[in-house]
Design a protein around this ligand. Structure first.
Ligand code: CS2
Length: 494
């Protein structure tokens, strides 16, 4: 027999330790459409919005949209769109049921339904978590990739787009036709200047459609930048089973998160915004310093631990951190290279932040898989490592761990681990990168040189640095000879 599900009816029977919506869900009206309603949005922006609604705002309900698969809708729809956020730490669990998601649309099933929803007057914010690759840009330059298959498709199919950009531009075109105002576009992806990047690719797309429309969009939208932070590993069946034992009902849409959460938002909205600050978010004039800190320290170190840890045979980030040599490496990376090119915002204590990161990575309750973080490296590495690397090359600073990180990534995308097992590399450029590795197998110097010429990631400048190529060659040689685990141990014992 199927277990009883979490839904509007079973909400009342949950144990008292679980926080549930105390407002009437029927009183809610939608003010936000969120594109990419994956686990991250549900554990972050929706969690903040829920608290604002609890405090009285009733007109900021969320309509979620999945741009690819029906999975999230299939999980949420039978549950009246209710789901739990489970905060996990070494000290235990805290569960909150979120009620602010009102509906989930699956774009490929009916693009017209999503376009129509986005054309409704009450929608004042369209927010996005579509991952780095969802912006269809060239990661090294930030320009829209007009050759991207989804972009080409969308320029030919205005009634049935596939990409987030297509939906946004054609929905705005419809709003203009109906004489309605535009909306704010809130990028919540891990990209530097995410709002500006979104604005750029959006205008470049709109220019292709119609120059006048592009002008209208410029006047009638805002794209604030944001820094978002919360570690949210993919939910597993074991997580759902454990939660069922707490709730007494099944929640197939639950999301797991660490207790920590941060959201810094540029206060630049077109038609109002929820008071997310009352739930702990920070509105500022300029987000850039926060973004750089987070991307270069947290995400930079995360990717370093993910590639090196995966190759050394560790399943989760906490497992990697339990190995003293890797914990020492993370500490050194954060304290030296990752911090070299960032400036802490006024009143921000960098020392405490770094300490906190090491503790967050060591959270054993989370089980954040190294494989998950290793995904899409070609889209992540420019902002996580290469800005810092360029700075270090220019200033003559250390590049030791940055080049070690790059060597691990190259090894990872060669698709064979240290034990000779195949790696399932998930990356839009996986094929191109594997071809480079295959062409220079067992030739570290040539491999380093060829990789640095891979312009989509490295641009055209880094291939000219002899120092970089040499350091990369040394690491690739050591990893090839000793494996990652021994290489890290030897390095940290030095
Ligand atoms: C991670 C991030 O998967 C990844 O690449 O580094 O998702 C990370 O967990 C979040 O940015 C934390 O805010």
């Amino acid at each position: 027999m199927n277990p009883t599900l979490l839904n509007n009816h079973t909400l009342a029977q949950l144990p008292a330790t679980v926080t549930t919506p105390s407002y009437g869900r029927r009183e809610l009206s939608a003010g936000i459409i969120h594109l990419g309603i994956g686990a991250f949005h549900r554990a972050h922006q929706a969690w903040y919005t829920e608290q604002v609604i609890e405090a009285g705002a009733r007109d900021w309900g969320i309509i979620g949209a999945s741009l690819r698969s029906p999975t999230v809708r299939d999980q949420l729809a039978p549950q009246d769109c209710l789901y739990s956020v489970v905060e996990k730490s070494n000290a235990g669990e805290k569960v909150r049921v979120i009620g602010c998601v009102q509906d989930v649309l699956v774009a490929p099933e009916s693009p017209a339904t999503l376009l129509e929803a986005m054309a409704q007057e009450d929608i004042r914010i369209v927010s996005l978590t579509i991952t780095e690759k969802g912006y269809c840009h060239d990661p090294a330059s930030g320009a829209l990739n007009l050759q991207h298959p989804d972009i080409r498709h969308d320029l030919d199919n205005p009634q049935a787009p596939k990409s987030a950009l297509g939906f946004i531009v054609y929905a705005l075109q419809e709003r203009r036709k109906r004489d309605l105002p535009g909306f704010t576009l809130l990028s919540c992806d891990n990209l530097p200047n995410n709002g500006k990047l979104l604005e750029r690719v959006l205008f470049e797309f709109a220019e292709q459609v119609d120059a006048e429309l592009a002008g209208w969009i410029r006047e009638n939208t805002r794209c604030p930048c944001t820094m978002i932070d919360r570690i949210v590993p993919a939910t597993t069946d074991a997580d759902r089973d454990a939660l069922q034992a707490i709730l007494g009902v099944r929640d197939n849409a639950a999301v797991m998160a660490e207790p920590f959460s941060q959201w810094v938002i540029e206060d630049n909205f077109l038609r109002g915004r929820p008071e997310w600050d009352s739930a702990g978010a920070t509105f500022v004039e300029d987000v850039e310093a926060y973004e750089l800190l987070k991307l270069r320290l947290l995400n930079g170190c995360h990717s370093l631990l993910a590639y090196s840890g995966y190759l050394a045979g560790f399943e989760t980030i906490a497992d990697v951190m339990a190995e003293p040599a890797f914990a020492a490496m993370a500490n050194q990376f954060l304290a030296s290279e990752a911090s070299a090119a960032v400036e802490a915002p006024h009143g921000f204590d960098l020392q405490t932040y770094r300490q906190q990161l090491l503790e967050r990575f060591s959270n054993r309750a989370l089980r954040h898989r190294t494989w998950q973080i290793a995904m899409d490296g070609s889209q992540k590495i420019p902002q996580r490592w290469l800005g810092t690397l360029r700075h270090q090359l220019e200033s003559g600073g250390s590049i030791e761990l940055l080049t070690f990180a790059l060597a691990c990534w190259i090894r990872y995308v060669s698709a064979v681990d240290d034990a000779g097992n195949p790696i399932e590399v998930s990356d839009p450029l996986a094929r191109e990168m594997k071809a480079i590795c295959d062409a220079h197998r067992d030739k570290p110097k040539e491999l380093a040189g060829a990789f640095l010429q891979f312009a989509a990631v490295f641009g055209s400048d880094l291939q000219h640095s002899q120092r970089l190529q040499q350091a990369l060659t040394t690491w690739l040689t050591s990893i090839g000879k000793h494996g990652v685990l021994s290489t890290v141990r030897m390095q940290m014992e030095k």
